[in-house]
Design a protein around this ligand. Structure first.
Ligand SMILES: *Cc1c(COP(=O)(O)O)cnc(C)c1O
Length: 419
């Protein structure tokens, strides 16, 4: 030290090749000089660079990684106007929900469907529209928290509905619902929530969707993960084994549910959004509630979802990155791993993620490197994307199932340059 600091402006100008806007560089330069740390300005700029949202390579083996944006899905062409609320036939105002709602109704075997920002929004809207000021019967085993701040009792409270707890933590039978409903005069609906990423095992019992239809109340099922149909007609090889037990929209509605709610970026494999599907009169109530406007998605999301719906309708599972990844064969993965010419080829377990049970795994092939190399890989090599690996027992693993093959060469370069 002891050297005279450069001017803020000159220091900022010296970094303009970073592509970062000048006024942000000025900010960095100013704080670096104030801290007497201007010689390390490049580190600060790199830190800033890394705070921007950018594509990364998901080599973690978690297919639906919440921190990496859940399902890998393309973004639609930007920079367009669309007929999102314009009826091309009449030239009059249209609804953003009609077209997309019809596609998802078709896919779920429902009368009607609508789209909101995520599954939490879907549950909040349904509860607000159907049960505000009234009771909602729900099993004590389903008062769950799912990832961060989605907690069933809190969403219920927020909607203005009253929680009517049913049964016990491990056992809830149909008669328990009947008892609870008889004891509270004003129960408007029953809600069944998929426990998603946790499970109670052992001495347990729950009332099925089919049983709950006998209650003579609207039955809403929050299935969460967005599997459309348990027979997976979009996969030529049929439903994979690891899916067993995952509730599907179509079968839940066939079983007698009046509405289902689910996320679009979990097993559905699309962008962040939420779907409500089922009986037309109930969807109509949801559409008319003021929250429908508060929670409505924009045209980019809807266009993207429409593209996803079309691929499902074409039964094109290979065109949906999540299902393509989930269906990759071990031989194919092994060949890709071998081509890297680095590390040790090992068997690993991919994890579906996104609310499926953590014990559910898909056998996969990866590369193992001794020691924790995750931070080097996160830097990317020579302008390549950051590579997110999995560190387990102090060693580093790259699982090729979750990696887009288009990135293999870039990864090979990065691996060839590991120290
Ligand atoms: C994941 C999940 C949610 C929350 O969905 P988001 O789309 O993340 O808002 C709600 N209910 C269930 C059962 C879930 O699995």
């Amino acid at each position: 030290m002891g050297k005279k600091p450069p001017s803020v402006n000159n220091l900022a100008l010296s970094l303009q090749n970073s592509g970062i806007p000048h006024e942000l560089l000025v900010e960095q330069a100013r704080s670096a000089i104030a801290a007497g740390d201007w010689e390390n300005i490049e580190e600060r700029v790199e830190h800033l660079q890394r705070s921007f949202i950018q594509p990364v390579v998901n080599a973690t083996g978690v297919l639906l990684h919440t921190n990496l944006g859940r399902a890998s899905w393309e973004s639609p062409e930007s920079n367009f106007s669309s007929n999102i609320e314009f009826d091309l036939a009449s030239g009059n105002r249209g609804s953003r929900q009609t077209g997309i709602g019809n596609l998802f109704a078709q896919l779920c075997g429902a009368e009607s469907a609508m789209v909101v920002n995520n599954c939490s929004s879907a549950v909040l809207l349904v509860l607000s529209a159907l049960a505000s000021g009234k009771g909602v019967a729900i099993s004590r085993s389903e008062l769950v928290e799912i990832g961060g701040s989605f907690r069933v009792p809190e969403i219920l409270e927020l909607s203005g509905a009253n929680l009517v707890e049913v049964g016990t933590t491990n056992k809830t039978r149909l008669v328990d619902y009947q008892k609870a409903i008889d004891a509270h005069r004003d129960v408007a609906m029953s809600l069944k929530v998929h426990q998603s990423n946790y499970k109670i095992v052992g001495f347990t019992e729950e009332a099925t969707v089919e049983e709950l239809t006998s209650l003579d109340l609207p039955l809403v099922v929050d299935i969460g993960s967005g599997l459309l149909d348990s027979s997976c007609p979009w996969l030529s090889s049929g439903p994979p084994k690891w899916l067993a037990g995952e509730p599907a929209a179509k079968q839940t509605l066939l079983g007698g549910a009046d509405l289902v709610t689910f996320s679009c970026d979990k097993l559905l494999g699309g962008p962040q959004a939420g779907i409500i599907a089922g009986k037309s009169d109930l969807i109509e109530k949801c559409l008319r509630h003021p929250f429908a406007r508060v929670l409505r998605p924009g045209s980019h999301t809807l266009l993207s979802l429409q593209e996803l719906a079309m691929r499902y309708l074409h039964r094109d599972g290979d065109g949906i990155p999540f299902w393509k990844m989930a269906s990759l064969g071990l031989e194919e993965l092994r060949i890709r791993a071998e081509r890297m010419n680095a590390g040790e080829i090992v068997s690993v377990d991919s994890i579906p993620g996104g609310g499926t049970l953590p014990t559910v795994v898909i056998p996969s092939i990866g590369l193992k490197f001794s020691g924790d190399r995750s931070s080097e890989l996160r830097r990317g090599f020579n302008g390549g994307l950051p590579i997110i690996a999995r560190v387990s027992d102090g060693d580093t693993y790259l699982d090729f199932r979750t990696v887009d093959p288009a990135h293999d060469e870039m990864i090979a370069n990065a691996l060839g340059n590991l120290d």
